[in-house]
Every structure is written in structure tokens, then in C-alpha cells.
Design a binder for this molecule. Structure first.
Ligand code: IMP
Ligand code: MG
Length: 184
């Protein structure tokens, strides 16, 4: 595996900026869910780094759950409306307050399908918290309650987001130089 410096175009969001924003989101969520029955639903695998940091800034009691979905798109880095659950929740969510935690919204297909599936189980509330939003790429409308950062249409990695399953551990969000990444 190559060192990421070989194809890192630039750091888009620094570790310090991510952590500062997560503190703000955690404080807001703690206020909004006072007295509620909050369940954070992490969408694997990209959402896992974000959720584990975010939950440590949420002061109200809450449970965590995991869900994995796969989507079959037209291209390698595209997703489509054809989204399937590959790992389902272990708990009932009926009458509970569900907050879906995701790394990034791109076309919106993944989260729109996740919302559709979860809403059939009749939670009391169902909202989304995403670290990143590539707004200009949106193909289907998805209501987002909490957004960390709105970013331009560039392929990013680090902090949970992968490049072919690697580099999720990096503490910052970087932009990949796809030409240099591909030429190995
Ligand atoms: P959507 O269904 O198009 O909204 O795609 C969302 C999923 O695509 C995310 O959960 C990511 O796994 C992946 N994705 C979208 N953009 C990027 C990116 O820039 N870097 C890494 N993964 C991405
Ligand atoms: Mg993902």
C-alpha cells in the first residue's frame, strides 16, 4: 500500500477543524435530544470514525447501532438507487429517536434508501447527521438535520472515508489527486 502523500492533493479540512465542529454538533444534539430516547445509527463503514468521536460529545444518554448497505452504481465511485442492507440493526427502533450518522452525502441515493427502510419501522423521529455534504452532486432530495461541512465536488478521503478501503484512519479530510492515485 502506498503512502498517501503520493496522491494527496491538499488537506481540505484539518484535524483541528473537524474536532471543533464535532464539539459544536455534539452540543447541539445534546440540547435537541434532552429527555428523548436517542439511538445513533452508524452507517458502516465510513461513518464509524465520525460517530465514535461525535458520541463522546453527546451528553445525553444514548444507544448506538450499526447498519451497512451496499449500492450498485454505474461506476466504481458512483452510487445508484439500488441500495441493499448487508447488515441490519440489532434492535427495535419503534417509538425511539433515531439519528443516522453518515460520513458523506453525495448523490443522496444511499441515505434516501436508508431513510425509506427505517421509516417503515415507525421510529418516533428520524433524522440525519452527516459530516460532509457534497451539495452540488445531489440527485435525490434528502432532509439533513445536522451537517458538519459542505464541500465542493472533489473526491475526498480520510477520517472514515476510504480510497478502495484504505486510509480511513487519517485524522483529516484530504482531496485525492486521482491521476496520481491511478498511476501506480
Ligand atoms: P451517495 O449514495 O451518492 O450519497 O453516496 C454516499 C456514499 O458514497 C458515501 O457513504 C461514501 O461511502 C461514498 N462517497 C461519496 N463521495 C465520496 C468521497 O468523496 N470519498 C469517499 N467516499 C465517497
Ligand atoms: Mg460509505
Amino acid at each position: 500500500m502506498r503512502d498517501y502523500h503520493e496522491f494527496l492533493e491538499k488537506i481540505l479540512i484539518s484535524e483541528g477543524d473537524i474536532q471543533a465542529r464535532i464539539r459544536e454538533l455534539g452540543a447541539q444534539i445534546s440540547q435537541d435530544y434532552l429527555g428523548r430516547d436517542l439511538v445513533l445509527v452508524c452507517i458502516l463503514r465510513g461513518g464509524v470514525v465520525f460517530m465514535t468521536d461525535l458520541m463522546r460529545h453527546i451528553s445525553v444518554p444514548h444507544a448506538i447501532e450499526f447498519m451497512a448497505v451496499s449500492s450498485y452504481g454505474s461506476g466504481h465511485r458512483e452510487s445508484s438507487g439500488d441500495v441493499r442492507i448487508t447488515l441490519d440493526l440489532k434492535c427495535e427502533i419503534r417509538d425511539r429517536d433515531i439519528l443516522v450518522v453518515e460520513d458523506i452525502i453525495d448523490s443522496g441515493h444511499t441515505l434516501s434508501s436508508v431513510l425509506e427502510i427505517l421509516s417503515t419501522r415507525k421510529p418516533r423521529s428520524l433524522y440525519i447527521c452527516t459530516l460532509l455534504d457534497k451539495k452540488e452532486r445531489r440527485e435525490v432530495d434528502v432532509p439533513v438535520r445536522y451537517t458538519g461541512f459542505t464541500i465542493p465536488n472533489e473526491f475526498v478521503f480520510g477520517y472514515g472515508l476510504d480510497l478502495d478501503e484504505y486510509y480511513r484512519n487519517l485524522p483529516f479530510i484530504g482531496v485525492v489527486d486521482l491521476n496520481r492515485y491511478k498511476s501506480d
